[in-house]
Design a protein around this ligand. Structure first.
Ligand code: GDP
Ligand code: IMO
Ligand code: MG
Length: 404
């Protein structure tokens, strides 16, 4: 029998609106859990006139009864987490519900420094990382030189490990922060397994997007962790059979922040228009996001890699007012049809299918069938290209601006 865990993943290059969809889905979950990434992620929720930009705390935080869990697959900055918890507490949110796995890895200032140095050394081949030390922290994890949250609770072990890293200078601050985080640190395996045994519904919230996955994305222009649905098993400590449903989040167009292949990118005024209308500036770094048409080739690849059951489409409202809307339906290299493996080829070109736009404001629409006919046709065509149902269409950043 299949399990009850629902996994939510981005199926493009990140910033698809995972946070805003998870906020809605959290109403039907007992626990919302992050399984990967760190504060390179920025997940935005808007409820009424309250706006939250979360980095590591799961996006169920505005749903009062949910428990929040930061899983073993994450890499977490102590200062970043403390700051985030304080900000949430300041808003009157009960932060005692937020737990972090003893197996999650700590991102130290030396990781941040290594990230910046590695980027500088890459010169014109820089990845455009978020500069948060994410890559170096995952490198340390794989190199068996990382420090985990459990180590923070054992002073002699922490001292020894920091010394081995030549980073004793980090001790005082780490100890101070660890004291504040101690009440949140739990045995991550027991937490998740007990929850499953108790029949709790876990919603696993992905970070980044499929095309940024370290194994299946546009390597080397990727993040340093797996971002696909399978990563939820490793990042939480659950078997694949615990997963019952996988939902992919896709923007109605595409965006990418940082360097790397992006075949559907629009370098003209239409790209600029999407950026402005969609507020496409990084939540973490403030960098302008590159914008382009929906890439159905990459999206189909993501449907397969994640084993998607359904898709939630976001930011449809941003396309309102465009005379025509493109969908990339094919790649070509040297006159021949090509697939995702060709991403990064300098000569890659795209096949674009054109759709009629709509001028109506769709932000008040709450039923997909009530969308203007051109918008309905656009969504139906995306559904056909993806091969899985589009069950939600978001038409604005606010929680209620969702059509089903
Ligand atoms: P995430 O990283 O996938 O959680 O996405 P981000 O929060 O980084 O980026 C999505 C941005 O789009 C945020 O600023 C959201 O508030 C905003 N957003 C989400 N859904 C919609 C939508 O349907 N319409 C509009 N206009 N904005 C949206
Ligand atoms: P969310 O969860 C968009 C990108 C960076 C860079 C590459 C590597 O909000 O969707 P890193 O700092 O991870 O080593 O950077 O990955 N990147 C993201 N882009 N959304 C994100 O997260 C991202 N997290 C990392 O811009 O290109
Ligand atoms: Mg984001």
């Amino acid at each position: 029998m299949r399990g009850t865990v629902t996994v939510v993943v981005g199926i493009q290059w990140g910033d698809e609106g995972k946070g805003r969809v998870v906020d809605v889905m959290a109403a039907h979950a007992d626990i919302v859990a992050r399984f990967g990434g760190g504060d390179n992620a920025g997940h935005t929720l808007v409820v009424g006139d309250r706006k939250l930009a979360l980095r590591i705390v799961p996006s169920g935080v505005l749903v009062a009864e949910t428990e929040l869990f930061v899983g073993s697959g994450t890499v977490v900055s102590l200062a970043g987490l403390v700051k985030e918890l304080e900000a949430l507490a300041g808003l009157g949110i009960d932060i005692r519900r937020i737990k972090i796995s003893d197996r999650a890895h700590v991102v130290f200032p030396y990781h941040v420094e290594a990230d910046r140095k590695a980027e500088a050394a890459r010169g014109s081949a820089a990845i455009g990382t978020t500069g948060r030390g994410i890559g170096p922290a995952y490198v340390d994890k794989a190199a068996r030189a990382g420090i985990v949250f459990a180590d923070l609770l054992e002073r002699p072990r922490l001292v020894e490990k920091l010394r081995a890293r030549g980073a004793e200078g980090c001790l005082t601050e780490a100890e101070e922060l660890a004291e504040r985080l101690a009440p949140h640190i739990v045995d991550g395996v027991a937490f998740v397994q007990d929850a499953l045994t108790a029949g709790k519904r876990i919603l696993a919230e992905g970070a980044q997007g499929t095309m940024l996955d370290v194994g299946f994305g546009t390597y080397p222009f990727v993040t340093s962790s797996h971002t696909i649905a399978g990563a939820a098993t490793i990042g939480l400590g659950i078997g694949p059979t615990a997963i019952g449903r996988v939902v992919g989040i896709a923007k109605a167009y595409c965006s990418r922040v940082g360097a790397g292949p992006f075949p559907s990118e629009l370098l003209d005024e239409t790209g600029e228009r999407l950026r402005t209308a969609g507020g496409e500036f990084g939540t973490v770094t403030g960098r302008p996001r590159r914008c382009g048409w929906f890439d159905a080739v990459a999206a189909r690849y993501a449907v397969a890699l994640n084993g998607l059951d359904a898709v939630a489409l976001t930011k449809l409202d941003v396309l309102s007012g465009l005379e025509r809307i493109g969908i990339v339906t094919g790649y070509r290299v040297g006159g021949r049809a090509a697939g995702v493996a060709a991403l990064g080829e300098a000569s890659l070109s795209t096949e674009i299918e054109w759709h009629k736009g709509w001028s109506d404001d769709v932000r008040g629409v709450r039923r997909i069938t009530d969308l203007p006919s051109a918008a309905r046709r656009y969504v139906a065509r995306l559904e056909e290209l993806l091969g899985v149902p589009i069950e939600h269409v978001s038409v604005g950043p606010e929680r209620s601006q969702l059509a089903v």
